[in-house]
Design a protein. Structure first.
Length: 247
């Protein structure tokens, strides 16, 4: 009796194709993959496009947790325990293609295919390191430097392959929520980055390598790094006369 030879498992093919317990989704911009509080019964793998994870507090305040790029897993909280609920919402920022993997299928492949287990574990560890770096960034860096780092992460500087310097559509409100500041300050910093030649900003954002060099060498000009300078209004006779009476 001739033994059947097992076909080697190919992680790239598994994550690129449909099959048992997995299906490919095509989401348009602003279409949700899942919402906070939904049953966590599957893991998603982003094949193309950009998406974001958001959370809403009990008081109704929404915050963007992270932006997702091709190659990212999300919804992995479903692997922790059966019957878990989604801790965040996932929404497409641009047109997206994603692989949805059922929890049972994901568990089976993790148990049976060591190559895939290693790949998934590497992603989880990398995301944990990035989350820790985000916390340190939030605690110790100015909002302007946090914005610079967020733009670089969105452009995938430091990742494998060439960076995507033209960012997907993203609003100043979203950037403000990600770095923990106001939209007006994001607008001020974006204009400043543009004047310094770090970015192009005309509807879509294009990040230049000079922004990376600034962050790596920590040489952002200190003037106006925190807030716009408030200029005194020009003097006029009535105000000058009132001040003279107070002297």
């Amino acid at each position: 009796m001739v033994a059947l030879k097992k076909i080697p498992f190919d992680t790239a093919v598994f994550l690129a194709t449909e099959g048992s317990g997995r299906s490919i989704l095509h989401n348009t911009a602003r279409q949700t993959f899942f919402s906070q509080g939904d049953p966590a019964d599957s893991v998603f793998y982003l094949q193309s496009g950009r998406a974001k994870l958001t959370v809403v507090s009990k008081r109704g305040k929404e915050a963007t947790v992270t932006m997702l790029a091709p190659g990212d897993f999300y919804g992995e909280e479903s692997m922790a325990v059966a019957g878990a609920l989604r801790a965040a919402s996932a929404m497409a920022v641009s047109a997206c293609v994603a692989l949805k993997i059922g929890r049972d299928q994901m568990l089976r492949v993790l148990h049976e295919e060591h190559a895939f287990s290693d790949y998934f574990m590497q992603f989880i560890l990398t995301r944990g390191i990035r989350t820790q770096a985000d916390l340190v960034d939030q605690l110790f860096n100015s909002s302007e430097r946090r914005l610079a780092r967020t733009l670089l992460l969105m452009a995938e500087f430091g990742g494998a392959g060439e960076p995507e310097t033209l960012l997907p559509p993203v609003t100043q409100e979203t950037l403000a929520a990600m770095i923990g500041t106001t939209r007006s300050r994001v607008s001020f910093f974006m204009n400043r980055f543009r004047k310094l030649g770090y970015i192009e900003y005309n509807g879509r954002i294009r990040v230049h390598t000079s922004l990376l060099n600034m962050v790596l060498h920590d040489d952002l000009p200190e003037e106006n790094t925190s807030r716009p300078k408030l200029l005194d209004s020009p003097p006029y006779p009535a105000r000058t006369a009132r001040r003279a009476q107070l002297v």
